[in-house]
Design a protein around this ligand. Structure first.
Ligand code: SAM
Ligand code: SF4
Length: 520
């Protein structure tokens, strides 16, 4: 009812402003040339071992690859050579990002949508979907629930609809940033509302001490015009993430038969427009399973190159979700391009080598087993304790209630379980958002990453934020393995950054004494 009342044709008509794409297009063409990509992929067939090893070495030297080089890697057949690619991908990740994994949680605010994406349960034709838009009070409760689990970063997600237009997005982002949960140190059962989150999500954990809050709100929402983007920038968003879904023009038309999203170039240049207003951390992605995965990896690379061309910096992160089953969404069973687990590993490794300094996000769409196998190939960020229903963190409902979700999740473990597993494998979970708050964003952070410098800032801040988590949210087992990781990190800081050690130790002490949010 609400949906049809507000979904006026005029609103839809006025969203797209083609002239805002014009500065980035060449003779009316966008930067994805389907024939050229097919041609480069065909030319790259049966690459010589020697050539592949030279390409791998270029990535190990932390240089972005050219399209023909990425095409050669995508064409490798030799299984031993793939093992070398996998190993190099892990090595590149360590050189640029060390053993850090950043965690976040998605927060779905509204699932009203005017679009018709064949693969998504939120599409307007899906009348079985229960539609809901959170009130600001409900958004507050969701945020409290997430903060009380230990999260510091969210990605907020919205359908495209007049009910979730820019004013609502800005209001919800402001509401999220406002939530602060006061420290209740050494109190095993705090009086924070978010502690009472429903069915299984708290996993028996108690948030003890927390001058905690969400420190960075990233956004996944439909492409916007310049006017709306300016308001977003003012609201203080972190990264703006938009997936092209598929770079293949005719497939794009097929899977987006109607609605605003049917316009390929409006979406393709959304992040160019965002960069233009100064939103300098932008994130791209493909929904793997709509078209040939090798073509899509090439599309991601061309997207990164075009952003570099205009703004001197490529995407902050790349995501590579695979199509997941969604309620009442038969398209998913029909597509012939589903990506198998082995190819999934290959595409992750090739992306890692193609853009060595770009963050890579693996989501809880994937099962714990797949995540275990994929993380060593170069992943830098992942979500945990994820729920993708509207109101799902504070409502009581079973984990996979299909009609309230966009699709079904593969990993529903708690944040603490995920962090414990990372720590057992020598990874440190970072909740650091300092870089952004010190202006280390966009080109600046990419330059530091390319020079291998950000790694050290990040190590210090990762330890400080991990310490906060262990003190405030971790259960005993996680605290034990976590402290072992911290000991190792301190050894490395001692030998590599002796000049900052006194200040670092002083910060750790202050955190133990209840201070929060200290960073370098
Ligand atoms: N409505 C906005 C848009 O389409 O850009 C943002 C929200 S949409 C809910 C976020 C992403 O979910 C989409 O970009 C798409 O890649 C992903 N998605 C949709 N259906 C999916 C499915 N069945 N399996 C996995 N991911 C899916
Ligand atoms: Fe709407 Fe986004 Fe889902 Fe498409 S993917 S139906 S635009 S929510």
């Amino acid at each position: 009812m609400i949906a049809s009342k507000f979904c006026s044709a005029d609103w839809i008509k006025n969203i797209i402003k083609e002239d805002e794409n014009a500065p980035f297009m060449e003779n009316g063409n966008d930067f994805i040339n389907d024939e050229k990509i097919e041609e480069i992929l065909a030319k790259g067939r049966n690459p010589q071992k020697k050539k592949v090893r030279e390409i791998i070495q270029k990535s190990l030297d932390i240089e972005r690859l050219e399209p023909d080089e990425t095409a050669a890697l995508l064409n490798v057949q030799d299984l031993d050579l793939w093992q070398e690619i996998f190993q190099a991908a892990g090595e590149v990740k360590t050189r640029v990002y060390d053993n850090r994994i950043v965690t976040f949680a998605p927060l779905y605010l509204s699932n009203f949508c005017v679009n018709s994406c064949l693969y998504c349960a939120f599409r307007k034709e899906n009348t079985k979907e229960v539609r809901r838009r959170l009130t600001l009070d409900e958004a507050r409760k969701e945020t409290e629930a997430l903060v009380s689990l230990g999260h510091k970063r969210l990605i907020v997600v919205y359908g495209e609809h007049p009910l979730s237009d820019i004013d609502y997005i800005v209001d919800t982002i402001r509401t999220i940033y406002e939530i602060k949960i006061k420290p209740v140190r050494n109190n095993p059962a705090p009086a924070v509302r978010g502690d009472a989150v429903g069915g299984g999500i708290s996993n028996g954990l108690k948030a003890r001490a927390s001058s905690n809050q969400i420190r960075r709100v990233n956004l996944n929402a439909a492409p916007m015009d310049i006017e709306r983007l300016r308001l977003l920038k003012k609201a203080g968003i972190g990264t703006y993430q938009i997936f092209q879904e598929t770079y293949h023009h005719s497939t794009y038309r097929k899977v987006h038969p109607a609605g605003i999203k049917a316009n390929y170039t409006w979406r393709l240049y959304a992040l160019h427009r965002a960069q233009e207003v100064g939103i300098d951390d932008v994130a791209i992605g493909v929904l793997f399973g709509l078209y040939d995965w090798r073509f899509e990896v090439m599309g991601l690379l061309y997207h990164a190159i075009d952003l570099e061309k205009y703004f001197g910096v490529g995407p902050h992160t790349i995501s590579f979700p695979r199509l997941e089953p969604a309620a009442n969404t038969p398209f998913i069973q029909q597509t012939k391009y589903r990506v198998c687990d082995e190819d999934f590993k290959k595409l992750i490794a090739v992306i890692r080598l193609s853009v060595p300094y770009t963050g890579m996000i693996l989501t809880a769409r994937e099962s714990p087993e797949i995540r275990r196998g994929a993380i060593p190939l170069g992943i830098t960020q992942t979500d945990a304790s994820t729920r993708i229903g509207i109101g799902a963190y504070s409502d009581r409902y079973t984990e996979q209630e299909a009609e309230k979700q966009q699709f079904l999740l593969g990993d529903t473990r708690s944040l603490d379980e995920v962090i414990r597993e990372f720590a057992s494998n020598g990874y440190i979970t970072s909740f650091c958002t300092a870089g952004y708050r010190c202006g280390r964003t966009g080109k600046c952070i990419m330059d530091l990453l390319k020079q291998g410098k950000e790694r050290w800032f990040c190590k210090l801040n990762a330890v400080l934020t991990f310490k906060e988590y262990l003190l405030d949210f971790a259960d005993k087992k996680t605290q034990r393995v976590g402290e072992e990781v911290i000991k190792e990190e301190i050894k490395q800081i001692e030998s590599n950054l002796p000049e900052v050690l006194p200040r670092f130790r002083q910060y750790l002490k202050r955190i133990e004494n209840g201070k929060r949010d200290l960073y370098f």
